[in-house]
Design a protein around this ligand. Structure first.
Ligand SMILES: Nc1ncnc2c1ncn2[C@@H]1O[C@H](COP(=O)(O)OP(=O)(O)OP(=O)(O)O)[C@@H](O)[C@H]1O
Length: 769
């Protein structure tokens, strides 16, 4: 038997990676032969070395579909679903390797500044306490263990009320609710149902942008879509449904099956079941499925499978994967590398913030797959010698709806323009649009629409909590967040903020309160961004304080809670943010602080969620009072930290300038002789393109505010239209006027809606851009 095993290994050069061997051992059916195999290996180190070399050779082999690629009879797949031994399905190694060389400038980090402030405060507090004691003050200072390392510890405190009746039966819950209602005072309208928020309420009151197109299509639109999209049933009629039950039965090549097995995946998820066979046919796809449902593997598997059959005489960049953020591209690159580990397919990561030079070198040898963010890709198309998109066979746009939005539109158009028309295009997102007017720009070829889950639904295993913040309680947001984090959500929590500044300030407050947090937003260097993510992923910090930069696509195992410090700007943003938890069939919880202006969005959430997913949380006012005193005490400290940080930055900047000057003198000749880079957009254009999204965002709030102003107090009334606006339908209520001479004087009102008199005597609403 031993001989038999050896013969197979020697003759066929079958790869058995170490991880794979141990998994095989877990399987009683194969354990004996594998034990023998392992013993044999242990007996003969030399043989092991030769085998490793052979394995290496096998991975690098040009043709993976040779006769030698015979399936090892001992090879088995994981049988218990997701292989939980895999801690993280992706890592940062490629991104780390691509970081620009570090310039050593000594300055204190924000964490160091905060920590020092914390310790100083602690000393001050102790000194004060001792002073009081010396002065004969008999006040007893009780120190809890918690107090010792937290100068801002709160002591006991009253717990807050939580209306989360998980595990309570319906009738019990109803009884409790009734009892609760009876006891309630004037605040009784806190109950969500009393807000008049139910599924059928105010259908047409929802913001136009937030409507889910497929549900509201009229006959004309339905006909257009029918003509535009390919008929899915025709395409998959010959498909044997049973053949998609497992990856093994999907007719995939062995190296991919090994890659999948390596990642711990046996059964395809619904989007993978549908997308893989259709993508393998070369069809264009418009794919939508809930967050965390495995869309990445859904497009990576067919890409890799198709690349295995590419001609190998000439190297070409054949696949381009675009993602809207650097982190998402890094993640996708890492997963793709793992999946393609047993093939000869080459990949290159092209994202901003990483070394241009290194990417240029990698692109020169024409990797099979390029995974990029749009800005950096265009830079390479324009400036990297011999790199072009003319041989692209497959274009993938991840988070496609985001990429079609205004901030990315110009860049995306530029990229699509450089790709051949004959390519296959696949678009994916949890909030995928089927709006033809938007898709038409991508010149798709009769795409197949694959909307796997209920459109724009959230994961059924996600519990969504809401905390109502009344107008007069707005000032309590910080406190409420602190209460939530100090008392309830202590590990693997991601918190979303509307702005970088608030996220940063909150990081300081968290630090001073002894909560371990890292921040992730656009004001940080790429290295800091990676460090923040790594620290959070590895559990070195418990909280990730992020802007919407982290809202899409990021897949960090074990995130238990998502907190929205503010309701996001749209329902789509909400779906993506809360989708960072409850991924791949796991449980998760989101907590959203909901202001008065967020009522419409809240209605959207309720409309698209199951009743049992929604909970309401109340925060005890006593507890808020108690925390308020402590927070007030540290506001000055926050200012001090910010000031010190600014000073440190200034010192660092001066040192950097000095270094830059020295380098300019040292490498003058080389720098002068470098070919000048050209840019797709000037800095100004880039900025204005980015600002567009910000303006849109502000405009949305202005519109909401306007509506609120026009509403009566209860918010029940519809918007009042002026008597001249009777003919203005909802769709064309605003005429968008570019910022031209005529409206220059309204500059200060960019994003606002103004009324202009028209010849006919009425008024027209104009949105200033
Ligand atoms: N077939 C599978 N079996 C088990 N787990 C899987 C499978 N496919 C993917 N996963 C896991 O599911 C998780 C979510 O996958 P992925 O990040 O691709 O989701 P997504 O649909 O792209 O989410 P989002 O919309 O948030 O970007 C990942 O941790 C991935 O490893």
């Amino acid at each position: 038997m031993d001989d038999f095993v050896l013969t197979i290994e020697d003759d066929t050069e079958v790869i058995i990676p170490e991880e794979e061997s141990s998994d095989v051992n877990d399987n009683p059916q194969t354990s004996s032969s594998n034990n023998k195999k392992l013993n044999k290996k242990g007996d003969n180190k030399k043989e092991k070395k030769t085998k490793k070399e052979k394995d290496k050779k096998e991975i690098n082999k040009k043709d993976v579909n040779t006769e030698n690629d015979i399936i090892n009879p001992d090879f088995t797949f994981f049988i218990d679903g997701i292989n939980n031994s895999i801690e993280h399905p992706w890592d940062f190694s490629a991104a780390r390797a691509g970081l620009k060389p570090k310039i050593l400038v000594t300055s204190r980090t924000i964490d160091e500044i905060i920590e020092k402030k914390r310790l100083d405060t602690k000393k001050e507090k102790n000194a004060k306490a001792n002073g009081n004691n010396k002065n004969g003050n008999k006040k007893v200072i009780t120190k809890s263990k918690h107090d010792e390392d937290d100068p801002f510890a709160f002591g006991g405190g009253v717990d807050y009320v939580i209306d989360d009746e998980e595990g309570i039966s319906d009738s019990e819950q109803e009884e409790e609710n009734n009892e609760h209602k009876e006891k309630q005072d004037a605040n009784s309208e806190d109950d969500m149902n009393d807000e008049g928020i139910d599924e059928d309420d105010d259908e047409d009151d929802v913001d136009e942008d937030d409507t889910v197109s497929s549900e509201t299509d009229d006959e004309y639109e339905r006909e257009r879509k029918k003509a535009y999209f390919a008929d899915k049933s025709e395409i998959i009629q010959n498909q044997d449904l049973a053949s998609t039950e497992s990856f093994q039965t999907m007719n995939l090549s062995r190296p991919i099956l090994k890659g999948l097995s390596h990642l711990g995946f046996i059964q395809p998820t619904p989007i993978q079941k549908q997308a893989i066979p259709i993508a393998l046919m070369g069809k264009d796809i418009c794919g939508g499925a809930i967050t965390g449902s495995g869309k990445t593997i859904a497009f990576l598997v067919p890409i890799i499978e198709r690349l295995l059959y590419r001609p190998r005489q000439t190297a070409e960049v054949r696949v381009l994967i675009l993602a809207p953020t650097r982190e998402l591209a890094i993640q996708c690159h890492s997963v793709a590398s793992k999946l393609a580990a047993f093939t000869d397919i080459t990949l290159c990561l092209c994202v901003g913030g990483l070394s241009l030079k290194k990417q240029e070198t990698e692109l020169r040898v024409r990797p099979d797959i390029v995974i990029a963010t749009p800005g950096r890709l265009i830079d390479h198309v324009r400036n990297s010698v011999s790199f072009s998109l003319e041989n692209i066979e497959i274009l993938i746009i991840d988070e496609a709806d985001r990429m079609l939005e205004d901030g990315f539109a110009d860049e995306l158009n530029e990229i699509v323009k450089h790709c051949p028309k004959s390519r296959q295009t696949m678009l994916f997102s949890a909030t995928m649009t089927d709006n033809i007017d938007e898709l038409i720009r991508l010149s798709l070829n009769r795409p197949v629409k694959l909307m796997v889950d209920h459109i724009k639904a959230t994961n059924a295993k996600l519990i969504q909590e809401f905390i109502r913040i009344r107008e007069h309680q707005e000032k309590n947001r910080e406190l409420i967040l602190l209460i939530l984090c100090k008392k309830y959500f202590k590990h693997k929590v991601i918190i979303f903020f509307r702005s970088k500044m608030i996220a940063h300030e909150m990081k300081i407050i968290f630090g001073l309160f002894g909560l371990k947090a890292s921040e992730l937003h656009g004001n940080l260097s790429q290295e800091q961004r990676l460090e923040a993510l790594e620290a959070f992923r590895d559990g070195k910090v418990d909280y990730l304080l992020a802007t919407d930069l982290a809202s899409r696509g990021l897949d960090i195992k074990g995130i238990e809670t998502v907190i929205n410090y503010n309701m996001p700007q749209s329902y789509d943003h909400y779906i993506h943010r809360v989708g960072r938890t409850a991924r791949a069939g796991r449980n998760g919880r989101s907590v959203t602080l909901t202001g008065e202006e967020d009522r419409k969005l809240l209605k959207m959430v309720l409309k698209h969620s199951q009743k049992e997913q929604i909970k309401r949380r109340n925060i005890d006012t006593e507890l808020i009072k108690e925390y308020a005193e402590n927070l007030a005490g540290i506001k000055d400290k926050v200012k001090e930290v910010l000031k010190e940080e600014k000073e440190e930055k200034l010192i660092k900047q001066t040192e950097m300038e000095l270094l830059k000057g020295q380098n300019l003198i040292k490498y003058k000749e080389e720098i002068v002789n470098r070919p000048a880079r050209t840019w797709f957009q000037t800095e100004k254009e880039k900025k204005s393109s980015k600002n567009l999204s910000v303006e849109e965002y502000n405009e949305k709030f202005d519109v909401k505010k306007r509506r609120r102003d026009e509403d009566d107090e209860g918010g029940k009334k519809k918007i009042k239209r002026d008597k001249y606006a009777a003919d203005v339908t909802k769709k064309n209520a605003f005429t968008v006027v570019p910022k031209k001479k005529g409206v220059e004087k309204e500059k200060s009102k960019v994003g606002n809606v103004i009324k202009k008199k028209v010849k006919s005597g009425g008024y027209k609403s104009i949105l200033i851009m």
